[in-house]
Design a protein around this ligand. Structure first.
Ligand SMILES: NC(=O)c1ccc[n+]([C@@H]2O[C@H](COP(=O)([O-])OP(=O)(O)OC[C@H]3O[C@@H](n4cnc5c(N)ncnc54)[C@H](OP(=O)(O)O)[C@@H]3O)[C@@H](O)[C@H]2O)c1
Length: 298
């Protein structure tokens, strides 16, 4: 980011909520930035690269010029980056959107890749939440009136209804949901609300090469028919996926409305999790094996 942009970052108006959105250059993050700006929020859009920063700024020149949008570089797995951006921008709301789905059969994923998935999807979001909560803790110990603060975690309906070949991604979102639920209780006395937006399938570029990735097994484990079926089912369903704009509007509501619900569901299939909890595990397993042609259990 250049000096001019840095100056703009420092001179943002501070009257309304300042909302930091991670992964702001793409799909749901980008739509959330637009919806938040439409609702009058001051937004800090975080991205990983200079090209992405330039695109985000160019698409919203008037908001940047008005000091309502600043762009920061942030790799959410980098603790120093997180500390620097949080200290500099002092957001009142953090939208943990950044993420990338690690697909494939559970045993095809090596330890490093699994660890990286948990870093991006769980540790990064918690680190940013902790930073927001620390400010509230300091305010309380200084006797300052506590501000309203909020953490919005973008999760997935796969957390409660994992499809075949999404095991590690679903595990990471499930872990995020669990820590969100605990944090919600722990942070409430500090005036920090922790809410989850549980997305069903959303039509984004993240789906473009998903079928190819799933189709690529590392060993012949007998799941080839299932992998092909995964691709067929997801491309058949894709026209029904939600628009990122619809999700962005819900994210803005959850970030800005008074008293948002703890969990908001949006997007294709986002309510499946509620129903699947009522189905006994052996029946869920049978359904999964049948629909995805994974063969009979031995
Ligand atoms: N699409 C869906 O169907 C769906 C469904 C449920 C939940 N979600 C969740 O919604 C969120 C956004 O998804 P999307 O579909 O909009 O994905 P996307 O288009 O792939 O965008 C992901 C964004 O996250 C950023 N990102 C990835 N790893 C990062 C890291 N380590 N540090 C900082 N930024 C990072 C990417 O930056 P780069 O451009 O630099 O890579 C990009 O800006 C994710 O958390 C995803 O799991 C999506």
């Amino acid at each position: 980011m250049g000096d001019e942009a840095e100056e703009t970052a420092m001179s943002s108006p501070k009257s309304g909520p300042t909302v930091l959105v991670t992964g702001a250059n793409s799909a749901i993050g980008s739509a959330s930035v637009d919806a938040l700006l439409d609702r009058g929020a001051v937004v800090v859009a975080t991205v990983r690269g200079d090209d992405a920063a330039a695109v985000v700024a160019a698409e919203r020149e008037s908001a940047v010029a008005a000091g309502r949008l600043t762009i920061e570089r942030l790799e959410v797995t980098d603790a120093d980056d997180c500390e620097r951006v949080m200290a500099r921008c002092r957001p009142t709301v953090v939208v943990n959107n950044a993420g990338a789905a690690l697909l494939g059969a559970v045993c095809d994923v090596d330890d490093d890749a699994a660890r990286a998935q948990l870093e991006v999807m769980v540790l990064g979001p918690v680190r940013l939440a902790r930073s927001l909560i620390d400010v509230a803790r300091h305010e309380r110990s200084d006797g300052t009136e506590l501000a309203d603060r909020r953490v919005v975690n973008i999760s997935s309906s796969l957390a409660s209804t994992p499809m075949p070949f999404t095991g590690w991604y679903a595990a990471s979102k499930s872990a995020l949901d669990t820590v969100s639920e605990r944090l919600r209780v722990e942070a409430a006395p500090l005036g920090v609300a922790v809410v989850t937006v549980e997305c069903g399938a959303v039509s984004t570029e993240a789906w473009d090469d998903a079928a190819d990735i799933v189709r690529r097994p590392s060993v012949d484990d007998g799941t080839e028919a299932g992998r092909r079926q995964w691709g067929r089912i997801t491309s058949w369903l894709e026209p029904r996926f939600a628009d990122p704009e619809e999700v962005g509007r819900r994210v803005a509501s959850v970030a800005l409305d008074p008293s948002p619900p703890p969990v908001t569901r949006v997007g294709f299939g986002s309510r499946l999790g509620l129903a699947s909890r009522l189905v006994p595990a052996p029946v869920r397993d049978l359904l999964g094996r049948t629909v995805f042609r994974l063969g009979r259990a031995r």
